[in-house]
Design a protein around this ligand. Structure first.
Ligand code: ZN
Length: 345
């Protein structure tokens, strides 16, 4: 058995949760509860069985009209958390595993996080592509039997890590949420996984999935239109190489100071190479990840006489964010900074 959740955890307030099958049992038990029949009998002297049956039937109708317990969801990272909430709305109860402010590439679950996976079960939504190397252990050791796992990136068109930084790890590039077409596939997968838990909510999940996909499509269109004709085609990133999917989709290249994970330290020789490349191409903007700082971008920008602009990889929100920003808003802010930074018409 798993330890019970602490009172502060969302799981504790969820009530009866988990698998659809388990919930069906729960409701059927209420509908056919002998105690209800007995209660009906008690208030019906003369043992009017027909009336008693009618009363039981009525109570069944009332009970079946109650909202069912919400499906529990634990999503590992911010973009997936946003996607599942967009599809599930108030029909689900979602937790974000990697907290705001944490670096998703190096974060490790602690005991308090593991407890989120206790209880009757739900949907565990993770990206895959080696972004969460701890996920297998978490599922195997911490999750109760009622958990279903959805690996969002499975079978997607992933990019191999062939980035220009020498420290780059090998394997698939995990930043696939920056491909707004592939995000729509993830949205469909989420809708179908949630429907497996709550078949009666299928129309709701389908409708909200379609609505969010339409927003992603519109976003994709705005990117295409705004970035169709730009002076520069190279994104110089004063941080880690998180934008491979974005540059592939809109016909740019990225050159980043560090590899696909933020903790890598650039070699001095690499910095020298980037400075001469940027000067040769008359690059005017160095982009930086506002969630991990602008130190390297400033150094590089000072060397080449450029300015810096934020470009958010969408990994996570800053812990200090006064107002939580939606994923789509972040992507629109990115588009504005790309437009200005690359001199697009
Ligand atoms: Zn990253």
């Amino acid at each position: 058995m798993m330890p019970q959740s602490s009172p502060g955890a969302q799981a504790a307030s969820a009530g009866p949760v988990g698998l659809t099958g388990a919930r069906d049992v729960h409701y059927n038990a209420l509908r056919h509860d002998p105690a209800l029949s007995g209660l009906a009998m008690k208030f019906l002297p003369g043992k009017n069985v027909a009336l008693a049956a009618a009363l039981v039937a009525l109570s069944s109708i009332v009970l079946s009209g109650l909202p069912g317990p919400k499906t529990r969801v634990v999503a590992t990272i911010f973009p997936l958390f946003e996607f599942v909430r967009a599809v599930g709305g108030d029909r689900i109860e979602a937790d974000l595993l990697v907290p705001a402010g944490a670096d998703i590439h190096s974060w490790q679950p602690r005991f308090g996080d593991i407890k989120k996976m206790a209880g009757a079960g739900g949907l565990f939504l993770y990206l895959g592509a080696d972004l969460e190397p701890w996920a297998d252990d978490l599922i195997r050791n911490a999750a109760g039997p009622g958990w279903t796992v959805l690996e969002a990136s499975r079978g997607l068109d992933l990019i191999e890590d062939a980035d220009e930084a020498p420290q780059g790890a090998h394997g698939a590039d995990p930043h696939v949420w920056l491909d707004f077409a592939q995000d729509q596939i993830i949205i469909d997968r989420i809708a179908s996984a949630l429907t497996d838990f709550s078949p009666e909510e299928a129309p709701y999940f389908r409708a909200s999935a379609e609505a969010y996909k339409a927003k992603l499509e519109a976003l994709d269109r705005r990117y295409r239109e705004a970035l169709g004709s730009c002076r520069g085609r190279r994104l110089l990133i004063g941080g880690h190489a998180a934008f491979a999917y974005l540059v592939r989709r809109y016909g740019f290249v990225q050159t980043a100071v560090t590899g696909p994970t933020p903790e890598a330290v650039p070699a001095p020789r690499e910095m020298v190479r980037l400075v001469s490349l940027a000067k040769a191409e008359k690059i005017t903007t160095v982009f930086f990840d506002p969630s991990s700082g602008d130190r390297l971008a400033r150094i590089l920008a000072a060397e080449i006489g450029a300015r810096i602009r934020p470009l958010h990889p969408g990994h996570n929100l800053a812990v200090k964010a006064a107002v939580p920003t939606a994923f789509l808003d972040l992507m629109d802010q990115n588009l504005e900074n790309l437009r200005h930074g690359l001199g697009c018409r």
